[in-house]
Design a protein around this ligand. Structure first.
Ligand SMILES: Nc1ncnc2c1ncn2[C@@H]1O[C@H](COP(=O)(O)OP(=O)(O)OP(=O)(O)O)[C@@H](O)[C@H]1O
Length: 320
């Protein structure tokens, strides 16, 4: 049986529209499926965990149920992020039907944009192992927070926060230009954000930046709706790629972003790149009066600096 988890609100309602098309196709093809239409990440996770137990768990003295072949998310990066803790280590592969604003996860795995094309990939059922970013999080049930695309801290996380709070995100989604919301967010945050001293430790080696604008820790090459912040990042190479932007003027930072779209920013002197298996990012400002630097994972709030993360393989498989 194929399980579909749908966030109808993702992409400003694109999730629901995509599901209608997918459901009609599943019926036409006479595919056996179950659907979870959720209001929050928590309700989605709970429903998926229960279905996994009922269908794929070993129940004594009971006729075996049809096993779940895949858990397919219809939504954006935030929806996938919210459901990851239920899918990781479940032994059931993740399918993706992109229906968000940014869709960087789908982009990382080469999933087509159109729902029925993406459904075809799901139903073909070819699963490949992928890495996750395991971010240390003592508060989570499993001791870490799984992230699939990237962790952002600094100027970039401030943009994610501004976009998520904004009215223009909804408007951009309405006109089918979800990625443009991040361009507006960028200009908005540029007016207020100030760089801070940060320390980035990669596999035990520490690099200090007196004027750290942002640090992105990536499993996938793009975040923020196609910004190729770590162009060499691959979600199945067992490594994390790190991009630090530091010691530049706000104008230089603004000029950087169009270059990130093509990945050409990596040649600039105020961009530092690293790769490794374990990464820590710490705020060295040491001023408790200053607000902490927010961390975003897959475009969702994921705490504050310091962040500690590792590339973790064998926790998830993706249909691609
Ligand atoms: N399973 C879920 N069901 C309902 N709402 C969810 C679920 N998971 C996350 N959400 C909420 O819905 C919001 C939007 O979802 P999502 O991030 O997938 O879409 P988006 O923001 O349009 O796309 P993207 O993240 O690709 O830019 C999330 O920020 C989160 O608050």
């Amino acid at each position: 049986m194929w399980l579909f988890a749908i966030n109808g609100k993702s992409g400003g309602g694109r999730g629901l529209k995509a599901w209608r098309k997918v459901e009609a196709e599943l019926k036409r093809l006479d595919v056996d499926y179950a659907a979870v239409l959720s209001e929050t990440p928590e309700t989605a996770r709970r429903a998926i965990t229960r279905l996994l137990r009922e269908h794929n768990g070993i129940v004594q003295d009971e006729a075996p149920r049809q096993r779940l072949k895949a858990i397919t998310i219809i939504g954006g990066d935030g929806t996938i992020h919210g459901i990851l803790p239920a899918v990781c280590d479940s032994g059931v592969p993740l399918g993706i039907i992109p229906a968000g604003s940014g869709n960087d996860t789908a982009r990382a795995f080469g999933i087509p944009k159109r729902p029925l094309d993406a459904l075809r990939i799901v139903l073909q059922g070819r699963a490949y192992p992928a890495d996750i970013i395991a971010m240390r999080d003592p508060k989570s049930d499993i001791g870490y927070r799984p992230v699939l695309t990237a962790l952002a801290a600094g100027f970039d996380s401030a943009i994610a926060a501004a976009v998520n709070r904004s009215v223009y995100k909804k408007l951009c989604n309405l006109i089918g230009a979800g990625s443009f919301a991040y361009v507006i967010g960028l200009i908005q945050v540029l007016l207020t954000f100030r760089p801070r001293p940060i320390a980035v430790t990669v596999d035990g080696e520490t690099h200090c930046f007196r004027q750290g604008w942002m640090a992105a820790v990536c499993n996938a090459s793009a975040y923020g709706g196609g910004l190729r912040i770590c162009p060499d990042a691959k979600p199945d190479d067992g490594m994390l790629n790190v991009c630090v932007v530091h010691s530049c003027t706000p104008l230089q930072l603004l000029r950087l972003f169009p270059l990130i779209l093509s990945g050409k920013h990596t040649r600039l002197p105020y961009v530092a790149l690293f790769s490794g298996q374990a990464v820590a990012v710490e705020d060295m400002a040491g001023d408790p009066a200053k607000p902490a630097i927010a961390v975003y994972g897959d475009g969702e709030p994921a705490g504050e600096l310091p962040l500690y993360a590792e590339a973790a393989g064998n926790r998830i498989e993706v249909l691609r």
